[in-house]
Each structure stands twice: as C-alpha cells, then as structure tokens.
Design a protein around this ligand. Structure first.
Ligand code: MN
Ligand code: MN
Length: 288
C-alpha cells in the first residue's frame, strides 16, 4: 500500500516535471537524423488547443506524421487539424485523390465514405491541404483520409479558401515556415443544392464556418524559433456558403481571441501567456 502510494506520487511528480519542461522551442533533431526527417516533427508545436486525447470521442486525438487532428465522433469530422508547413514537406509527388475512410478510427465508430459526399452539393474540403503535403505520395495520401475532410461549399473551397492555402505556401517560398491550425464551427452551410445541416443521413455534420490560424516564423530559425510580440499571426473565419467567395480571404480576417471565444479553445497555449495576450488580440493587416 505504502509502495503503491510512493509509485503514484512519483508518477504524478514526474508528470508535473515533464509538463513544466514543455517549451515553445522545438527540440533539436537527434544526431544522424536523415535530412528528409528534418523539420517534419512539429505539427503540434504551438499546443493542443482543445486538450484532445484518446479518452473523449468528441475530442479524439489522431496523430499522424503529416498532421495531428481532434476528431469529433458526433460530427463525423475533425474539430481541428494542426500542421507545420516547411520546404521539408514539399516535393513533386502527384495529387493522389485517394479519398477514403479513415481505418484508424476505433471499432464501431462510423467512418465517412467518399460516397457520403456524392451529389450533396458539397465538396470534400481538405483541412490540411493536399498541396501542403507532397514530398511523397504517402504524405499526400494522408491528406485524403476523410477525417481530414469536411463538407465545404464548392465556391468556398475552390476560391476564397484555396486562395488562402496558396498564400500560406507563398509565405513559405518567401522564406518562412508556417504553423497552421484549421477547423470548423457551428452547424449548417449552403452548398450548390442549398442549405443543409448534415449529410450521410444525419451522421456527417456540415459546418457553419471554417476558420484558420497561420503563425509565420522566419525559415531556418527552426531550432531557436520563438514566438514574440512581433510574430505575424493571420486568423480568418469564413462562412460555409457559396457567396463567401464574393470577397477575398482578407475580408474575413479576425483575431485569435475571437476564434477562442467562438470555439472555446486555447490556441497557441505553448506560447508564454504574456505573449499570447498581445498577439491573440491583433488583427493582421492582410498585407502581402
Ligand atoms: Mn480544398
Ligand atoms: Mn491562447
């Protein structure tokens, strides 16, 4: 009994100790790490916004080399997906277009099928985009698992949302790395066939908005990067309808604080709180 207690105390203190060691700085790669593995390990560097774990079916963490996501069983979509965009993830692998059910979902959970989207008037919209993951065809195929896909109004997907995706890759080719979190909020959107709250006989929820946060840091500062009061943060929230595309993504700029209120999450939780307070209230100027 006494020994059991000691073990528990030890485990708890170790947990607290490890927690205290969490840092904004990604750790140095181990010596001998192949260059292809460099800079590909920080998909959740800025924190776990909803405290996702494998205990809660509606905040269920799925971890892949290519991205990390919080899955919501009652929506049959992700709550959010988090990833790191750097040149290490880019290559010339072709778009696989391999939309498929996620085989890693727990037994007994409904796994969305490609046909759940057929003739619904909604696109299979990527959260982590196909073009952010094309170093290998395996990387690219990971983005087509249907847990990374949400019902998205076609014009939203093919115009305004896509232009922001292109902008994140422009930021990268312009000498930056980008830490990105994208997700959904609310219920009900308007696709090509009108308004809908859910597809797949009610199992696949259509979100009301899609939001995204980009944290832009200079390339090459990978092992020393720090988020400062001057770090550029781009936060947007776009309604899931066709006419959203009548405006540029810059019309949908918001603050991280607003997205935290909307979602109830704590974004950038690995960033020191005094820095969070400054950068999370700022609305980006939208300058290129
Ligand atoms: Mn898309
Ligand atoms: Mn925060």
């Amino acid at each position: 009994m006494r020994n059991q207690l000691k073990t528990i105390v030890l485990i708890v203190s170790l947990g607290i100790l490890l927690d205290g060691c969490r840092t904004v700085r990604p750790s140095l790669p181990a010596p001998g790490t192949p260059s292809s593995a460099l800079n590909r390990t920080d998909n959740l560097a800025l924190g776990n916004p909803s405290g996702a774990s494998t205990n809660d079916p509606n905040n269920y963490m799925i971890t892949r080399p290519q991205y990390i996501l919080s899955y919501n069983q009652s929506r049959s979509t992700a709550n959010w997906v988090s990833w790191h965009l750097s040149p290490a993830w880019k290559g010339d692998a072709r778009r696989t277009n391999d939309f498929r059910p996620d085989p890693t979902l727990p037994t007994g959970w409904y796994a969305v099928r490609p046909s759940d989207y057929t003739n619904t008037g909604f696109d299979r919209g990527h959260l982590c985009p196909s073009d952010d993951r094309d170093a290998t065809s395996q990387d690219n195929a990971a983005t087509f698992l249907l847990t990374n896909i949400v019902p998205q109004a076609p014009r939203n997907n093919r115009e305004v949302w896509k232009y922001l995706e292109e902008y994140e890759r422009q930021l990268m080719t312009g000498g930056n790395e980008v830490y990105i979190i994208a997700g959904v909020s609310g219920t009900g959107g308007t696709g090509q066939n009108g308004y809908a709250t859910a597809l797949a006989a009610g199992k696949l929820v259509v979100p009301a908005t899609l939001w995204k946060i980009l944290v832009v840091v200079p390339a090459g500062s990978e092992n020393t990067f720090q988020i400062t009061a001057n770090t550029r943060i781009i936060a947007i929230n776009i309604p899931n309808n066709q006419s959203a595309a009548d405006k540029p993504w810059r019309a949908y700029l918001t603050s991280v604080d607003e997205l935290e209120t909307l979602t109830g999450y704590d974004f950038l939780s690995n960033v020191p709180i005094d820095i969070q307070r400054i950068i999370e209230k700022r609305i980006d100027g939208g300058n290129s």
